[in-house]
Design a protein around this ligand. Structure first.
Ligand SMILES: C[S@@+](CC[C@H](N)C(=O)[O-])C[C@H]1O[C@@H](n2cnc3c(N)ncnc32)[C@H](O)[C@@H]1O
Length: 443
C-alpha cells in the first residue's frame, strides 16, 4: 500500500534531500536542485541546513557510499534501481558521517521513505542494509579496499580515479592525499567588504549585533571570514545595502593583481556573475570605463544586479563570445589598459565547495575547456593597449589549464612578459579554494 506518512520526525528534510540526490544524478546542478526541493517542501530554519548537509554530503561521498552498498547489498550499487541506490546513500551518509544524527533516526526515516514511495516490499531490504552498516561501523569493519593506490585513495576520498591518477602525477602521493582530503573539507564563507561604502570594522560590528562572527583574513585586505553564522546570507545585515559580497579569499587576490587605476579602460572578458568585475570597480573608486563581457545573458543579469546592489556605476555590460570580441568590436583594438580573463575551467580547485562537480567533470570536457581557454586568450589579446596588462585566472589546479596554457600563450606572443604566477592549492582545512593566477604585461 502506498500511504504517505509524514508524521515520522525529521522525515520531510530527508525526503527533500533524497529528491536532490535523484535530481543531481539525472543531471541537475546541486545548488539548483537543493533550492527547488527546499521550496517544494516549504522547508524552513534549521531544517534547511539539515537538507543541505545530507544531500551535499551524500553527493560528495557517492563513490564511498557505493562501496558500502556493494559490500552490504545483494546487488551492486550501480545495478540497484536508482531511487533505491540514492535511498541507501541517504541513510548510509547519516550513519557514517553525521554524529549528531542517531542511527535509529537514519534507519527509521529511510525505511519510511521506502514505504511511502511504492517500494514497501523493499523497506525490509533498506532496514537490513542500514542496520548491517551500523553493526559494521560499531565493529570498525569497512568495505574492502582496492589494491591499487589510485583506486584506494579514490574510494577513501570519494573522488574519480582519473583525478587521483592525475593528482599523483602532478604533485606526488603525499601531497595528492592532502589535496584529495581538502576536496572533502567543510568550506568557510568569506566576504569581501565594499570599501567604497564601509570598512571591515563596520561590517564586523553590524554582524556581531546579529550573532554572526567574522574575522579578518591575513593578506586579504577587504576580506572577512565568517567563523559563526547561519541562515540565508541575503538576510544578513548589510547585504541589501551593498556593504559586502560573498567571495572566496583566493578569488579576492585576482582584482588587486589586475591593478586597475581610476579612469582606466578595463575589460573583464568572462565576467558573470560579477564577483571580480565588482571588485575591480571598487578598486577603481568606481571611476573609469569597466566592461563586463560574458557569453551568457542570463548570467550577465547577475552582474547588473550585483553592481546595483553595491552601488557601482562604472560597469558596462556586453553580451558576446569573448573569443571573437575583436571581430565584433573593432573599435576596441588596443583599447584596454587592463584585461581580466577569468576563464571557464574544470573547477578542480573548488571541489569541496561544489559537491557534484567531481562527477560532472571528466578528461574529455577538460580537453574542450583547454581549447576554449586558448581561443579566449588569443581572442582578447588584440584588445590590449600598448604597455597594458592581462591577468589570466582559473579556479583549477590542472597544469594544462594553468601554467602550460600560459606557456603556450607566451611562446606565441613574444611581446608579453610573465610578471607573476601563483598556483594556490585548495587549503587543507577548507580555508580558501584552489586557484591559479598569471599576470602578464606587454613590454
Ligand atoms: C569562471 S566564470 C567567471 C566568474 C566571474 N569572473 C566572477 O568572478 O564572478 C566563467 C564565465 O565565462 C563565461 N564564458 C564561457 N565561455 C565564454 C566565451 N566564449 N566568451 C565569454 N564568456 C564566456 C561563462 O558564462 C562564465 O560566466
Amino acid at each position: 500500500m502506498n500511504h504517505l506518512d509524514t508524521n515520522t520526525p525529521g522525515l520531510l528534510p530527508r525526503i527533500a534531500a533524497w529528491e536532490v540526490l535523484q535530481a543531481v544524478s539525472a543531471g541537475a546542478f546541486a545548488e539548483i536542485a537543493l533550492r527547488r526541493a527546499l521550496k517544494k517542501h516549504l522547508i524552513k530554519g534549521l531544517d534547511k541546513g539539515l537538507v543541505m548537509e545530507i544531500a551535499y554530503g551524500s553527493i560528495r561521498q557517492r563513490k564511498l557510499l557505493d562501496s558500502w552498498v556493494d559490500f552490504l547489498g545483494k546487488v551492486p550499487a550501480k545495478k540497484q534501481p536508482p531511487k533505491l541506490r540514492w535511498l541507501f546513500h541517504l541513510g548510509l551518509y547519516q550513519i557514517l558521517f553525521m554524529e549528531r544524527v542517531p542511527d535509529s533516526a537514519a534507519v527509521n526515516t529511510s525505511v519510511q521513505i521506502a514505504k511511502n514511495n511504492k517500494f514497501t516490499k523493499l523497506a525490509p531490504v533498506v532496514n537490513g542494509v542500514l542496520r548491517s552498516a551500523i553493526r559494521n561501523k560499531n565493529l570498525g569493519v569497512t568495505p574492502p579496499m582496492p589494491n591499487l593506490l589510485e583506486e584506494k585513495l579514490a574510494q577513501e576520498q570519494s573522488l574519480p580515479v582519473w583525478f587521483i591518477t592525475l593528482l599523483i602525477d602532478w604533485v606526488g602521493v603525499e601531497k595528492a592525499e592532502l589535496i584529495a582530503r581538502a576536496s572533502n573539507k567543510k568550506t568557510v564563507i568569506d566576504l569581501r567588504v565594499n570599501r567604497l561604502k564601509v570598512n571591515i570594522q563596520n561590517v564586523q560590528e553590524l554582524m556581531n549585533g546579529k550573532q554572526i562572527q567574522c574575522e579578518s583574513i591575513e593578506d586579504c585586505p577587504n576580506g572577512l571570514e565568517v567563523s559563526d553564522g547561519s541562515g540565508d546570507l541575503r538576510n544578513w545585515p548589510g547585504y541589501e545595502d551593498g556593504y559586502w559580497s560573498v567571495q572566496d579569499r583566493a578569488a579576492q587576490l585576482v582584482a588587486p593583481l589586475v591593478d586597475p587605476k581610476k579612469g582606466d579602460r578595463v575589460l573583464d572578458a568572462c565576467a558573470a556573475p560579477g564577483g571580480k568585475t565588482t571588485h575591480l570597480a571598487e578598486l577603481m573608486d568606481d571611476i573609469g570605463e569597466l566592461w563586463a563581457v560574458d557569453r551568457s545573458l542570463e548570467r550577465l543579469k547577475k552582474v547588473a544586479n550585483n553592481a546595483d546592489r553595491l552601488g557601482l556605476k562604472c560597469i558596462n555590460i556586453f553580451q558576446e563570445d569573448a573569443s571573437i570580441l575583436f571581430h565584433k568590436k573593432s573599435s576596441w583594438k588596443n583599447y584596454f589598459q587592463r584585461i581580466l580573463l577569468d576563464v571557464p575551467c574544470s573547477g578542480l580547485g573548488t571541489l569541496a565547495r561544489n559537491p557534484d562537480a567531481r562527477w560532472r567533470i571528466n578528461p574529455a570536457n577538460i580537453l574542450d575547456l583547454i581549447i576554449l581557454q586558448a581561443k579566449l586568450l588569443d581572442g582578447i589579446f588584440p584588445l590590449l593597449s600598448k604597455g597594458g596588462r592581462i591577468v589570466y585566472s582559473t579556479c583549477t589546479i590542472h597544469p594544462e589549464e594553468n601554467e602550460k596554457q600560459i606557456r603556450k600563450f607566451l611562446n606565441n606572443h613574444s611581446e608579453m612578459r610573465l610578471v607573476l604566477e601563483k598556483q594556490i592549492w585548495p587549503n587543507f582545512d577548507g580555508h580558501g579554494d584552489g586557484f591559479y593566477i598569471a599576470v602578464m604585461d606587454m613590454t
